[in-house]
Design a protein around this ligand. Structure first.
Ligand code: ADE
Ligand code: ZN
Length: 336
C-alpha cells in the first residue's frame, strides 16, 4: 500500500504555508534575524506542540510565524514544502497564506507574495507541480481589516486564485465576512472557508449560503446534521479533511474515531490534507498512511480519495481529466 499511496497522483487542497515551518528552519531564521525564541532548542520547541484545542495551537503557530521577515524567508519556507510535496506524489497544490499575520508585524505583502510566488514557479519548472494560491482572512480580526487586505492584494495584482477564512472559529461566524467574500467573488476570485472544524454544523450551512464557497475546509462536524449531509452529497460540495490535525487538536480522541471513512461511505466528496504538517506530525502521505491503517481503508477507497482531490481542485477540466485517467490506469494494475 505504501508505494501505491505514494505513486497515486494527488493534489493537496488544504495546507497553510506558515504551518509548514519546521523547527529547524524556525531556529535558523531566528538566528538570521537576531530573534531569541523562548525555547532552548529544536527538541524543546517540538515538545511544546502538545495542543488541547484549536486556540492552543494558533497561539504557538502565530508566534512561530514571527521569524518570517523577508522574501527570502518565505521563499525558503515554500521551497521546503514543495520538495516534500513532490516526494509525497503531490502533482498539484493549493496553498493558503495568512497575510494579516505578516502585515501586522510590518512585513510588506509584496515581500510575502514574492517569496512564495518565486518558490512555486521554481517547483513548477523543476518538478511540474502546479499550484493555486489562496489568501486567507483571519476570522478573529474585523471584517474591515479583511476588506483592507483584500484591496491591497487586488491592487498588487497578487496572482491569487481565491480567498479563504481561517483562525479561531468559535465566536466568529461566517456571516461576519459576507461582504468581504461578496467583493472577492465579484473580482473573479474563488472562495473557500474553514467551517465545522470546532464550530457547529450551522456554521457550515451559513458558509455555503452567505459566503458561496466552492469547498468547505474541514467540515467534519457536518455529520451532526443529517439535512446538511444530504446537501453536501446532493450538491457535491467537497470537504478538505485533515486527519492528523483533527486528532492533534482533539476534535477526535484518536484516529480510530475519525469520521473520514463514514463521510466517504455516505458519498461525500472528502479529500485528505495535511493542514499544518510541521505542527501536527506529518505531511500528506503521513495523513494517508494514518487513516488507511486506523480506519482499514480499502484500495478502492484510497483511489476515491485521490480522485476526489483532483475533482475538488481548481485545476482546469482538461488537466483534471488527464490526472483522473492516470489515477485510473494505476488503479487498474494488479497490486504488486
Ligand atoms: N490556521 C492554520 N491552521 C488552522 C486550522 N486548522 N484551523 C483554523 N485556522 C488555522
Ligand atoms: Zn486549516
Amino acid at each position: 500500500m505504501e508505494e501505491f499511496l505514494r505513486a497515486l497522483p494527488k493534489s493537496e487542497l488544504h495546507v497553510h504555508i506558515e504551518g509548514t515551518l519546521e523547527p529547524e528552519l524556525a531556529f535558523s531564521l531566528a538566528e538570521k534575524h537576531g530573534i531569541r525564541l523562548p525555547y532552548a532548542d529544536v527538541n524543546a520547541l517540538r515538545a511544546a506542540y502538545d495542543f488541547s484545542d484549536l486556540q492552543s495551537f494558533l497561539d504557538i503557530y502565530y508566534a512561530g510565524a514571527g521569524v518570517l521577515r523577508d522574501a527570502a524567508d518565505f521563499h525558503a519556507l515554500t521551497r521546503a514544502y514543495m520538495e516534500r510535496a513532490h516526494a509525497d506524489g503531490i502533482v498539484h497544490t493549493e496553498i493558503f497564506f495568512d497575510p494579516q499575520t505578516h502585515t501586522a508585524r510590518g512585513v510588506p505583502l509584496a515581500s510575502v507574495l514574492e517569496g512564495i510566488g518565486d518558490a512555486l514557479r521554481e517547483a513548477r519548472a523543476q518538478n511540474g507541480t502546479t499550484h493555486r494560491l489562496i489568501l486567507c482572512f483571519l476570522r478573529h480580526l474585523s471584517a474591515e481589516d479583511a476588506m483592507h487586505t483584500l484591496d491591497e492584494a487586488l491592487q498588487l495584482k497578487a496572482g491569487i486564485a481565491g480567498v479563504g477564512l481561517d483562525s479561531s472559529e468559535l465566536g466568529h461566524p461566517p456571516s461576519k465576512f459576507a461582504t468581504v467574500f461578496e467583493r472577492a467573488r465579484a473580482q473573479g476570485l474563488l472562495a473557500v472557508a474553514h467551517a465545522g472544524e470546532e464550530g457547529p454544523p450551522g456554521y457550515v450551512s451559513e458558509t455555503l449560503d452567505l459566503l458561496r464557497v466552492r469547498r468547505i475546509d474541514h467540515g467534519v462536524r457536518s455529520e451532526e446534521d443529517p439535512a446538511l449531509m444530504e446537501r453536501l452529497v446532493r450538491e457535491r460540495i467537497p470537504l478538505t479533511v485533515c486527519p492528523l490535525s483533527n486528532v492533534r487538536l482533539q476534535i477526535f480522541s484518536d484516529m480510530g474515531q475519525h469520521n473520514l471513512k463514514r463521510l466517504l461511505e455516505r458519498g461525500v466528496c472528502v479529500t485528505v490534507n495535511s493542514d499544518d504538517p510541521a505542527y501536527f506530525g506529518g505531511y500528506l502521505l503521513d495523513n494517508f498512511r494514518a487513516v488507511t491503517d486506523a480506519l482499514q481503508l480499502s484500495r478502492a477507497q484510497v483511489v476515491t480519495l485521490a480522485r476526489n482531490s483532483i475533482e475538488a481542485s481548481f485545476l482546469d477540466d482538461p488537466s483534471k481529466h488527464r490526472w483522473l485517467q492516470q489515477i485510473d490506469a494505476l488503479a487498474a494494475r494488479p497490486p504488486a
